[in-house]
Design a protein around this ligand. Structure first.
Ligand SMILES: [Zn+2]
Length: 467
């Protein structure tokens, strides 16, 4: 017996041979893909009662993997327009972060996860660095549990960096950080049958003392888990690290021994050649956030160069305060276009490579390539069904990968499975009331802007720039 059959579809497997299988079916049982065969064969092989989804005219893609976001920022969409990172953080994001309450976190997480799922994303890494009150992490993890997405929760940390605009309200002492990190690791790491994991996440190298960085590394080793950090997002990151630690952010990690395949470096826009050699040498992974890098005008990461060095580069949205959305389909197109135009070479990156970055390379970045990232027998059934007929944007289809990357729309994401569970179907969440999540999200955003004294941004004058 099986639990579910998706029949007669086109499977974009992203398996080792990168097969695109037309007129094929997938059988799902006990959270996993247990069989793949040509149309008609699996119905004969498996008897009994199981759910059947007709995939005719549709595509099945591996679930997209978003390796970096900040869900609390879901409430801050549109508040950081026209700011550089140096203004965006102290003037908008940080004042909002210090006013966060548990209810805001729950509303932000659920709305952000809904949007994540809507764009065909089945795994996300939330990097939660704002802890102005105790236990603000828990509502995010509650959102993972309730909406049944695969979630990695990075417990973010700061204990220094006030001179560079890091607000007192989110700075914590080491003992408080250790106690809370251990609590989260003990309570949630590998919970929900492994669907939820806890990582350590020093917010930026310059916002963490060396002592704290070493502690986080010890915790990562003790609990056999990952560590992720913002690295060289702008030249400012490197300079602030130089001032505080006497070295660039990435060299600080190397000197302290925070290096290895379980380290995920976010942004990596302003790297030296030596930094790239080091990333490759230690098999560290990279999270590329093209929309955020363009929104904040942070620069262009040398993604083609890193791929050429065989560094594993994954894709991410970054927080909605520096993207204004959580749409991974938009990230696919942005990735391709950014690197083509910045190199003035249309051959530098392909739609297929971009899809790999958002699926199997994302799984590698999280150390989960044996479990997720492709449609293969034995892997977890984390996938989405794409119905191109739901948007004229996706028609005509001449190549399914090109359709998703360049002509893709979240409107065409019809069904999403995580761990074999249908969590989104016919454009609606299965697990919770979508309308309520949207209403609560808007309410929380309005309340937070008021408490943070940022209503002037919502009520700003028309902002055209006169030259
Ligand atoms: Zn970030």
């Amino acid at each position: 017996m099986i639990d579910l059959l998706i029949k007669n579809s086109t499977l974009i497997t992203v398996n080792k041979d990168r097969e695109i299988l037309k007129n094929h079916s997938i059988a799902v049982k006990d959270k996993k893909i247990v069989d793949i065969a040509e149309n008609g064969k699996l119905e004969k092989k498996y008897n009994g009662n199981y759910k059947v989804i007709n995939g005719e005219g549709k595509f099945v893609f591996p679930g997209l993997i978003n390796t970096h976001t900040h869900l609390f920022q879901t409430l801050l969409k549109g508040m950081g327009d026209n700011m550089s990172l140096e203004d965006w953080f102290p003037k908008m994001t940080a004042p909002s972060a210090v006013h966060l309450k548990k209810d805001d976190m729950y509303a932000a997480a659920r709305l952000g996860i809904l949007e994540t799922i809507q764009s065909g994303t089945t795994t996300l890494v939330d990097y939660m660095y704002a802890h102005p009150q105790p236990k603000l992490s828990d509502p995010v993890i509650e959102g993972f549990k309730e909406l049944k997405i695969r979630g990695i929760f990075g417990r973010g940390t700061h204990n220094t960096g006030q001179q560079f605009g890091n607000p007192e309200g989110i700075i914590q002492d080491i003992d408080t950080i250790e106690e809370d990190a251990r609590r989260l690791l003990n309570e949630y790491h590998n919970s929900e049958d492994g669907r939820i994991k806890i990582w350590l996440a020093p917010a930026a190298i310059w916002t963490n003392s060396k002592k704290l960085l070493k502690l986080l590394w010890e915790l990562a080793q003790e609990y056999n888990t990952g560590l992720t950090a913002h690295i060289s997002e702008t030249p400012f990151d490197r300079n602030a690290s130089q001032e505080i630690h006497g070295d660039s952010d990435i060299k600080v990690l190397e000197n302290l021994g925070l290096v290895g395949p379980e380290v995920l470096l976010v942004h990596c826009v302003h790297l030296t050649d030596r930094d790239k050699r080091m990333i490759k040498h230690y098999d560290m992974k990279v999270s590329h956030n093209p929309v955020s890098n363009m929104y904040l005008a942070s620069g262009v990461s040398d993604v083609p160069g890193m791929i050429e060095r065989e560094i594993k580069v994954s894709l991410a949205t970054d927080g909605p305060a520096s993207n204004n959305s959580q749409d991974m389909i938009e990230v696919l197109k942005s990735t391709a276009l950014l690197h083509k135009v910045s190199s003035m070479d249309p051959t530098i990156i392909t739609a297929e490579k971009v899809l790999e970055m958002a699926t199997i390379d994302g799984a590698k970045a999280l150390g989960m390539e044996d479990e997720i990232g492709s449609i293969e027998i034995g892997k977890k059934a984390d996938l989405f069904i794409y119905n191109p007929r739901l948007s004229a944007k996706s028609i005509p289809i001449n190549h399914p990968v090109s359709t998703l990357v360049y002509s893709g729309s979240d409107r065409c994401v019809e069904t999403v499975l995580v761990d074999g569970n249908i969590i989104f179907d016919q454009g609606k969440l299965v697990t919770a009331d979508q309308e309520e999540i949207i209403t609560q999200g808007q309410k929380a955003a309005d309340g937070l802007a008021k408490r943070a004294g940022l209503e002037y941004i919502k009520n700003r004058e028309w902002a055209s720039i006169a030259f």
